[in-house]
Design a protein around this ligand. Sequence first.
Ligand SMILES: NC(=O)c1ccc[n+]([C@@H]2O[C@H](COP(=O)([O-])OP(=O)(O)OC[C@H]3O[C@@H](n4cnc5c(N)ncnc54)[C@H](OP(=O)(O)O)[C@@H]3O)[C@@H](O)[C@H]2O)c1
Length: 330
Amino acid sequence: MKAVQISDYGDRENLELREIEVPTPRVGEALVQLDYAGINFIDVYMRQGDYRNSSTYGTPLPFTLGMEGAGTIVDANGVQGISVGDHVAYCLSRGSYAEYAAVPAWKLVEIPTSMDPAVATVLMLQGCTAHYLSHSLFPIRAEQWCLVHAGAGGVGQLLIQLAKARGAKVITTVGSAGKAEIVKELGADHVVLYLEDDFYQVVQELTGGQGVHVVYDAVGADTIDRSIRSLRTRGTCVNYGGSSGLVENVRPLDLADAGSTFFTRPHLAHYMVTQAEIKRRAEDLFRWVAEGALKVRIDSIFPLAEATAAHERIEQRKTMGKLLLRATDS
Ligand SMILES: NC(=O)c1ccc[n+]([C@@H]2O[C@H](COP(=O)([O-])OP(=O)(O)OC[C@H]3O[C@@H](n4cnc5c(N)ncnc54)[C@H](OP(=O)(O)O)[C@@H]3O)[C@@H](O)[C@H]2O)c1
């Protein structure tokens, strides 16, 4: 089968389309013939080697990129409760930039018959992230203020919609005027073009100097200090990524000075620990899309052979929504 692999950590030129053996599912795994692989920013970190020592998302070389996909089970491998022919989606199992993937069966969710597998793919890693951030980590309540960075990004667009659905007041930052239009359509209350305006100042003005209850910050290095200062007393800073660079240091005294604030650096994996938890999040998201309450925007779909161009697009901040790889026409 075809698969996009790396043998060395580094830049996107290291991505190589190779012919490799179809994986043999181990005990508890099923073999999935993929329609789509989702591209996520975590793939960039993994390619660069940022997660080489991670106990949650280790990346032993060589490996096939990709942590998310959707397709059809072609070998159920004796696992109870699943069958050949089931249409499924999943995330947090490495190796989806390929035509086939062996996936732990407990991570698979069945896709509703009416749902496009491309949409189901989006809802797994980015959708479940937006879900746990807004419903579990900091279950945002009506009338609370939140600040969502990179609001036009894959996670950002979904997070804005989920926060609005819970009645929150959403301030969001974006990198361009085109992205501002998208987040306004999604219901964001205030949009900051953060390469032009200081989001900290805007937050102060909008909240009467109080600050926000929660900041969802996956931009990281460029924004984290001002994100913490944008909180109100006892507010929560959720640093869930580092698109501009991973955050290396946060001083406890800075958290205290900002108003005895809370800081957390979560992994999605710790909010998807059981099959029931995965199903609960995915089924909520599937239902909201079916009801028209949640919109999914696909930025573009590349063939496997163009994974390098796809990485270039996400790294150069050009995406406005989800990037996918189509596994069937590489
Ligand atoms: N911890 C978790 O559980 C978890 C789970 C999923 C994703 N994440 C993280 O969430 C973030 C968003 O992921 P995503 O896949 O949805 O990506 P994305 O938001 O679609 O793309 C990244 C966005 O970050 C912004 N950005 C700011 N500075 C940047 C820089 N120097 N280089 C590149 N982009 C920059 C850009 O938006 P603007 O142009 O608007 O600035 C860009 O479009 C990533 O950091 C990812 O690692 C974390």
